[in-house]
Write a protein that binds this ligand. Structure first.
Ligand code: FAD
Length: 278
């Protein structure tokens, strides 16, 4: 692998002052790897959103490229317009545009119902100011009516003006390659960057994967389960499997990699080092 492969790193906004301090330290270590940008997730609901703004602006002040995620569910057009203006004023040039998920108990989906409508709104409001990334699902979005419907939903986001896409994480190389072939057949030519989830704790990952529709292949699941509480073996095997997946993806022509850091420096640093990307 060579350093010409760009990669990016994702954070979630910290909930506490200690979390913010820890993230600063994590970011300082990860910045040494010179990623193309750091993205920061965004949730439905007021206080969480403020923490996204704070984290994004802090990254930007440090002279690093920050790319905020922006979800539209539960929001009005004026609310989104205001957020776009804040980002424009701060010199942000890249946004990850998503539908998002409503927190349980919240019924109102807001004015923009799907991510393609958000992409169209951002383009209508801000022209070409932002590079717009959208989400892609090689193993299909859990709410999709069918694989074909999901592919067409992805195409609508591209047709609305998305510049590139980042995938949900996956551990099946073939799922990504098949999805990419299907996109090509649909005339979709934007870069589709695999989202990479390092594996540090198997039980947490298994719960999370069930919820977001990412499959952990049986052979991996069985092997992780066989390690029981042996955290070192889980980490070592996780690193081996994910490094191999990344190597295969880059060999197959993936345009870059996006690491879900989970706000930890160690696993992403080790992967980037093993892949020779820094
Ligand atoms: P969409 O592309 O709108 O698709 C959502 C579902 O609706 C799909 O099943 C699609 O097939 C279907 N669909 C689309 N259009 C139509 C239509 N016209 N009629 C019927 N069905 C339709 N979540 C957050 O809350 N905050 C984040 O920061 C965040 N970051 C993410 C980053 C990445 C890279 C990824 C992959 C996911 C992220 N998510 C985040 C999760 C994401 O918000 C959820 O997966 C959400 O359920 C879907 O968002 P989307 O933008 O993919 O939606």
């Amino acid at each position: 692998m060579t350093p010409q492969h760009a990669f990016s790193i994702e954070f979630f906004p910290p909930q506490t002052i200690e979390g913010a301090d820890k993230l600063r330290a994590t970011r300082a270590k990860l910045a040494e790897l010179t990623p193309e940008f750091f993205s920061v997730t965004f949730g439905a609901g007021g206080s969480t959103q403020e923490r996204t703004f704070e984290t994004v602006f802090e990254i930007q002040r440090e002279g690093l490229q920050a790319a905020p995620h922006l979800s539209c569910i539960g929001s009005t057009r004026p609310q989104i317009r205001e957020i776009l203006q804040r980002y424009k004023d701060a010199g942000i040039r890249r946004i990850i545009a998503l539908r998002g998920d409503l927190p349980s108990g919240v019924g109102d989906p807001g004015e923009l119902r799907y991510a393609n409508e958000l992409v169209a709104f951002i383009r209508a409001e801000t022209g070409d100011h932002f590079h717009i990334e959208v989400a892609a699902y090689p193993e299909y979005h859990p709410q999709a009516k069918s694989p074909r419907d999901d592919l067409l939903a992805f195409k609508r986001k591209v047709d609305a003006g998305a510049n590139s896409a980042i995938t949900q994480y996956f551990y099946n190389l073939d799922a990504f390659l098949h999805f990419r072939d299907e996109c090509t057949a649909q005339g979709i030519s934007i870069p589709i960057v695999p989202g990479i989830m390092p594996i540090v704790s198997f039980s947490k990952l298994a719960r999370f994967s069930d919820a977001c529709g990412a499959e952990i292949p049986r052979w991996m699941r069985r092997k992780f389960e066989s390690y029981g509480d042996d955290g070192d073996s889980i980490k070592a095997f996780g690193l081996e499997v994910v490094t191999h997946l990344c190597e295969q993806l880059l060999k197959a022509g993936a345009p870059g990699l996006h690491f879900y850091s989970m706000n930890q420096a160690g696993p992403t640093t080790e992967l980037v080092r093993r892949l020779g990307l820094a």
